[in-house]
Design a protein around this ligand. Structure first.
Ligand SMILES: [Mn+2]
Length: 256
């Protein structure tokens, strides 16, 4: 495990809000085994580090899709959140697609099937939506398969969490636009324009959504998606005052 201090140059080291320890966990994408392993690792890490006035455990979004067991990942997360109210899950673009499909948005449904939604519906016991079929009965079937209380729960997931100099969101932000005026779609879908931008965004942006080989610690952002569904490695960072530590759990490749 590494500890990094004063990474961030000109404004001085960024810090969490006083007394706050924040664990931010990368994209889970249908891997309940890794979700559980990471919560165990965080508990171990927290005991070793000693108590904090307040701890927040933040999943960065994209709990579902691509991996083998999205239904299981939601089930584990829901159970963990009931036990541990310090867990917060941010909305990811994949949950956004599922919510839109459930609401009857056909173009989103078609796109969702191509980017891992087929795996999610399979985990709920449904065949994928086929291009030529009538979407109305298929969507009705999906609504029966996904528990209504889970849909309401996911609808309530926030887009952002802030602690001191850190700003957490699923994908990123629109550079050059104040954090208070960002759009929902930028939190959910940002890619290169954000990733390549070297400017100070007014906070260090902690995000998932784009896979990197290891956690990316940059001056203006921290990328924590290490592609758990295909690498078997789920990563997280612990932000505590001025310290940043990287955590990871590994459970082998997802079953093909
Ligand atoms: Mn994403």
């Amino acid at each position: 495990m590494i500890v990094l201090r004063s990474l961030f140059g000109k404004r001085g080291a960024p810090r969490t809000a006083p007394g706050e320890r924040v664990y931010a966990i990368g994209d889970v994408h249908g891997r309940p085994d890794l979700l559980d392993a990471m919560l165990v690792e965080i508990a171990r890490h927290g005991s070793a580090r000693g108590p904090a006035a307040q701890t927040h455990i933040v999943f960065i979004g994209d709990i579902i899709d691509r991996g083998p067991d999205s239904r299981g990942a939601l089930e584990r997360l829901e159970a963990a959140t009931r036990r541990a109210p310090e867990i917060v899950t941010l909305l990811g673009n994949h949950e956004e697609m599922m919510l839109r499909a459930l609401a009857g948005d056909e173009p989103t449904l078609r796109g969702w099937m191509r980017v891992g939604g087929a795996e999610t519906v399979a985990s709920f016991g449904l065949p994928p939506f086929a291009e030529a079929e009538d979407p109305v009965p298929w969507i009705a079937e999906l609504r029966r398969a996904v528990p209504a209380e889970w849909v309401e729960w996911i609808r309530g997931w926030p887009l952002i969490v802030r602690s001191g100099d850190y700003f957490l969101c699923h994908a990123g932000i629109k550079p050059g636009v104040p954090l208070k005026r960002q759009l929902r779609r930028d939190f959910l879908w940002s890619r290169e324009e954000f990733l390549d931008d070297m400017r100070d965004h007014g906070a260090v942006i902690v995000h998932g959504h784009t896979i990197s080989d290891s956690v990316e610690l940059r001056g203006n952002r921290i990328g924590i998606d290490t592609g758990a569904y295909r690498t078997g490695t789920l990563s997280a960072v612990c932000l505590d005052g001025e310290t940043v530590e990287v955590l990871a759990v590994h459970r082998g490749e997802a079953a093909a």
